[in-house]
Design a binder for this molecule. Sequence first.
Ligand code: SF4
Length: 422
Amino acid sequence: MTTLMEKAHSGMVTSEIKRVAVNEGIDANDVRKCLALGHIVIPKSISSKSYPVGIGKLMRTKINANIGTSRDYVDIEAEVRKAITAEKYGADTIMDLSTGGDLDLVRKRIINSVNIPVGSVPIYQAVEKGIESMTSDDMFNAVRKHAKDGIDFVTIHAGVNHESFKRLKNSDRILDVVSRGGALTLSWMKHNYEENPFYAEYDYLLELAREYELTISLGDGMRPGCINDASDRAKFEEFIQLGELVKRARAEGVQTLVEGPGHVPINEIGLSVTGMKHLTENAPLYLLGPLVTDIAPGYDHITAAIGGAVAGMHGADFLCMTTPAEHLALPDEDDIREGTIVTRIAAHAADLTKDGVSDRARAVDRDMALARKELDWNKQFSLSIDSERAKKIHARSKNVDTCSMCGELCSIKMMRDVMGKK
Ligand code: SF4
């Protein structure tokens, strides 16, 4: 089978490429060229019915919403509602991170409830029978099963291996490994005295990815889990290896994303993003945060949005939503709505600064400014990222044309007079 990346390389402008170009408002040949180079991915596997979404160079910054059951809390209907809510409020993709209940059923229900691409972490299913019993076959079989079900992209922690573990052991981290997939992989390696199968048999993983047109999201298993651990050698060691794995995937026509940290202070985000982009030869970068402080539980959607906006400005392409429940509990539907909206704000703030994207993004802000000047409230609501909330708050104003902030002292109204534009 010829993969999408190979088709792009040979000059074909496929229907997926055309659709992405139309959605982004750019030339299809520019999308094709970036896809051929691996600077854009369009995660859409052969069994998937999702519409194509472009992530990477020249694309609007995309956002992902993580949902899924836990072993403590299994409510499939709630997860389906979360998926629908995330799509409604603007998530570009969803990841099913379920670890509890009937994993096949929850995955299929989520895939069938949304139109956007869905990702997963197959090792969460492979480990269902326990670390001690899990085999490398279980790990690859889970990848195949997810691809067959219509999953579009999978997180694979191939950068967690003997080499990066050695670097971790020599570090002075406080939180060692906070990635669930990373910790599971290291536990398996320790129990079996073996190399990570996804790293040792990476060529086989690429064969599977080719067969199902599955996009590989190379997981950041060594991502720092607190400000103290940010930007250390263990993280960069993993990125050196992920860069090599990206290169091997591209040679096989397999699309790859690279995942990144984590918790990073604002002044290190630029270094972190440009370093990762350099080491991975401009692979689309998917960030989990970065959270810019550790001390705001309950508000981590905000600490992540601050970091996400700065990271996007420096070139991050894809932001993973963080919710107010981060570090505290499994998110509920309200958390997903809040997290999705706040992450969209961060993504748009980044887009206002990005080469090749900022003109399109700024046009929306210009329309909002014009609507404000006209005191055209309906137009303002229609342009708002969360129009429901904007309408609800404005409804507290009794004034018909202005709002209750300044009332008759509305500067916009006064300046119409001053500028002779009544
Ligand atoms: S009343 Fe004040 S806040 Fe409201 S629209 Fe006029 S200037 Fe803006």
